[in-house]
Design a protein around this ligand. Sequence first.
Ligand SMILES: [Zn+2]
Length: 225
Amino acid sequence: MNAQTVNRRAALRTTGLLTAGLLLGATPAAAVTRRPTPAGAWAELRRGNRRWVSGKVVHPHQDRARRDEVAEKQEPYATVVSCIDSRVAPELVFDAGLGDLLTVRSAAQTIDPLVSGAIEYGPAQLDVPLIVVLGHQRCGAVSAAAHALNEGRELPGRLQDIVEALRPAYEHADGDVEKMTKLNTIGVVTELKADRLLVRRITTGRLKIVGAYYSLDTGLVTRLV
Ligand SMILES: [Zn+2]
């Protein structure tokens, strides 16, 4: 064996070790830093929702290892704007876990300046590629607002603010509460699409905003807009 062969073998061994090291080092980092496209993020949510519908949930990212992985840094792939309703928890209906979703919740997913600021945070500060506004079947807040508006009476305290936020949807829903929920969801999407901070990201393809509807009966999320 001449010196050249030895050197080449040593070089190959070093390259192999380096490659192995890079791969080992890259695997966990890639799991955290892999940023999906807006369409990829929506596909991920749809896959999770299909597992939820079929009862074959895998509860991803809900263990000690994931807690450690995201302790210093979060890179969620979507912001879900949903109702406060106890039956529409985003991490459950999309079978997601720790560090996967930013969740912004308000009665009937209505928005005001503070809520809009919370929604802007994900795309603007964390480069989140997808916002999903999620209305749901038999929404108590929408029903209560519809009743109040039907009867022409004001609800007490700040509840009337929720009624006022839902008034435009009520006026176009012909008394149909489910239609009112869907119109309100689409209205929130339209408002967010006009948000000055978000619109730049939408036009450059870095952000998508989707409106969707959740069925309490089946668990299925269907896209509205
Ligand atoms: Zn609700």
